[in-house]
Design a protein around this ligand. Structure first.
Ligand code: UDP
Length: 196
């Protein structure tokens, strides 16, 4: 099975801050940690698609974004302390970003939804610096240009909403091209949720 991080939301946010600070101290060499989440849909997909399972296995951290995953873990010797929905974690991350001056890059979704999400984040967390954003409907031959723009933005946390499984593949494939970014966090339907 996939190793899921046995952490609380608060600990995950602390971990994000530490990694972003480490990235700032070693920009040239640091490669982002890839932080994915697992839910029933993702586990089912990993079960029938070895390529997707292989991508998930390359994550640095996987958190349980689904109560069934948490309940199943209680049948093992490694019970998870809690479910961490990305839509909840986002708020812990944004609070931490305000306190520590972390910069966000908002990647993915249709242009209008992306813009609405950026506006919502700025309204809710005026002290979070959003250093860049772009929609998620580009071809893979644009990946290098997208990564270059993200590196130049000096983003600490790259939020990636490209839908499952594209966002997981994208994060794993492009991390080597994102030196200096602290974390790549996949976030599925987050922008729709924030845009309300
Ligand atoms: N999305 C995107 N590019 C794509 C496919 C999807 O930017 O090529 C965006 C989509 O607009 C939505 C987000 O990814 O904002 C999440 O999509 P979905 O809800 O289908 O994915 P899931 O929540 O299942 O990961």
């Amino acid at each position: 099975g996939l190793a899921t991080a046995s952490v609380t939301r608060r600990q995950l946010a602390d971990c994000m801050v530490q990694d972003c600070m480490a990235a700032r101290n070693d920009r040239e060499r640091w490669l982002p940690k890839v932080v994915l989440s697992s839910n029933g849909q993702g586990i089912a997909l990993a079960g029938r698609d070895p390529a997707f399972a292989g991508a998930m296995a390359q994550a640095d951290i996987i958190h349980a974004d689904g109560m069934p995953v948490v309940l199943a873990s209680r049948l093992t010797r490694h019970p998870l302390p809690e479910r961490i929905a990305t839509t909840d974690f986002f708020h812990d991350a944004a609070h931490a970003a305000e306190r520590h001056g972390l910069r966000f890059y908002i990647l993915g979704a249709k242009e209008q939804q992306n813009r609405a999400a950026v506006e919502a984040i700025q309204r809710l967390y005026p002290k979070v610096e959003i250093v860049g954003s772009r929609d998620g409907y580009f071809a893979s031959d644009q990946d290098d240009a997208v990564c270059e723009e993200i590196r130049r933005s000096r983003a600490d946390v790259l939020w990636v909403a490209l839908g499952k499984p594209r966002q997981e593949y994208w994060a794993i494939r492009n991390r080597r091209n994102l030196q200096g970014v602290g974390w790549i966090k996949t976030c599925g339907g987050l922008y729709a949720f924030l845009a309300g």
